[in-house]
Design a protein around this ligand. Structure first.
Ligand SMILES: Nc1ncnc2c1ncn2[C@@H]1O[C@H](COP(=O)(O)OP(=O)(O)OP(=O)(O)O)[C@@H](O)[C@H]1O
Length: 237
């Protein structure tokens, strides 16, 4: 079983409307896979399916060899939601110590994840006093606790300056080098080139599932934003 994630014919409706229309794809183990597409196309909904918090209307979602949402997967999958899910009243360190205790993460993990996201100096600060970007990084640090085998990250670089964004993508690459699988959503096309593979979504369907170079070659576009636009034009023809 080589895939970290296997999705077949996934259908989801939200608010009485079909939002995922029968998606099928695999995420190879140890890869950094980007999930890209315009706002509202269904990225978050798809990620919710992978972590098992979304009711689905049809299809199957297999994660690390088990059905998504199986309790045994809880410690093997890290999920960072788009809006930070951390306690504003607690310090950065208190938040992470709390989540580490809940997860049964090893002692010392708090230090490790704080360093990984570049927040070593902010350990004693109350989350309420942090910038949006810093808060996002605390949220990401929490997802790294316990070194999960699969990381599902919903727009982890939103609100970050280019230097920090680059550092985070270097971190994602380093984690993949250690065997972690990462599925990272974004709507910033320049981040797409940093991935091993791209899932391009549009209106609840997959427009493409291929490595960035293949997408460039297939469309004849130099940059991925153009490639995406050409794929849309092709589909609309
Ligand atoms: N709680 C909800 N109830 C009803 N419809 C919802 C709900 N959440 C999302 N939707 C709808 O589902 C569709 C997909 O939304 P989703 O949040 O998955 O998109 P997204 O690609 O992650 O967007 P963004 O990049 O803006 O976060 C949208 O049409 C949205 O309006």
């Amino acid at each position: 079983m080589n895939s970290a994630v296997g999705v077949r014919d996934l259908r989801v409706a939200r608010g009485g409307r079909d939002v995922l229309h029968g998606l099928s794809f695999d995420v190879p183990r140890g890869a950094v896979v980007g999930l890209l597409g315009p706002s509202g196309c269904g990225k978050t909904t798809l990620l919710r399916c992978l972590v098992g918090v979304q009711e689905i209307q049809g299809g199957t979602v297999t994660v690390l060899g088990a059905p998504a949402g199986t309790p045994a997967l809880r410690r093997r999958v890290g999920y960072a939601t788009q809006s930070p899910a951390v306690y504003a009243d607690l310090s950065v360190g208190e938040n992470l110590s709390y989540f580490a205790a809940v997860l049964g993460a090893p002692h010392g993990d708090v230090e490790r994840v704080l360093d990984a996201v570049g927040l070593g100096d902010a350990r004693g600060r109350r989350v309420a006093t942090l910038s949006g970007g810093q808060r996002g990084r605390v949220n990401l640090a929490a997802a790294l606790l316990g070194s999960p085998e699969l990381l599902v990250l919903d727009e982890p670089t939103v609100g970050l300056d280019p230097v920090l964004r680059r550092e985070l993508w270097e971190l994602f690459r380093a984690l993949a080098g250690q065997g972690t699988t990462l599925l990272v959503s974004s709507h910033v096309m320049d981040e797409a080139s940093r991935t091993d593979r791209l899932l391009l979504m549009r209106e609840g369907s997959l427009l493409a599932d291929a490595p960035p170079d293949e997408l460039r070659a297939r469309t004849g576009a130099d940059d991925l934003e153009d490639a995406f636009l050409r794929l849309i034009a092709e589909e609309d023809r």
